[in-house]
Ligand binder design. Sequence first.
Ligand SMILES: [Mn+2]
Length: 265
Amino acid sequence: MRKPLTTGLVTVEPGGKLIVITDLHGKFYLFKKIIDQADVVKSLSRGDYLIVAGDFIHASGEKDGSVEILEMLIYLKNRFENNVFLLLGNHEWSHIAGKPVFKGSVNQTAEFVKLLENHYGLKAEAKLKEFVSLFESLPIAARIGSLLISHAAPDLRVTSMDDFRYYNPRKILSPADKFYPLLWARPKSFSTAAEDSPYIDEDVELFLGRLGLSVSVVGHTPVDKFCKIGKQLIVNSLDGAYLDIDLTKKYKSVEDLEETKRVVK
Ligand SMILES: [Mn+2]
């Protein structure tokens, strides 16, 4: 048996700045816009950080730039290995778990396989394997001081920071599994479906309290740019929103993050 895989948690040390991008869903032009506006390449060259918090792939209804996004992310990760962190989202996870995700009636997991066939021809199978092993290598959360960044949250089965040492993306199969809500949870005000592990303000507070943290930053839920759920800030990059965080400062509340909010022009 191959030995898994990754460490579940990455820690970003204080100093410099950090750009946080959430869901891109195959919108390559939007990714380029954010990269340009936030001057990400120059900033990474200076030793700053970039976190892309999952759901890089799976477009809906328009040109699917998932491959271009992955190639750009892999390029950035290779060039700035210790400064670029990609986190797992539920759409990448679907290719690890072999469980399709749907948007309306479209099987986006199958569409991605087709996209690779169109893009890479005979090499498609090898590329899919390469991308899936990349997804399996991704951490599920990043900690910056008392801030936790993940694709989704809270996860009341994760009760200490130590739990992240036992993270294995291949063992996340149902809403009852530890880590599943870090990929799928949505606020109750947006969904009450069990598979969305719906939550309210108090759940965020309980989760952060157990981990000794103060603020949660997530993507996943398609809010209008930004949305506050108690101690959590939802950021929707698909809507042009991202964060520009000054790592010399301490962020202990969603209000502290107000000054880090950016939107592409
Ligand atoms: Mn998602």
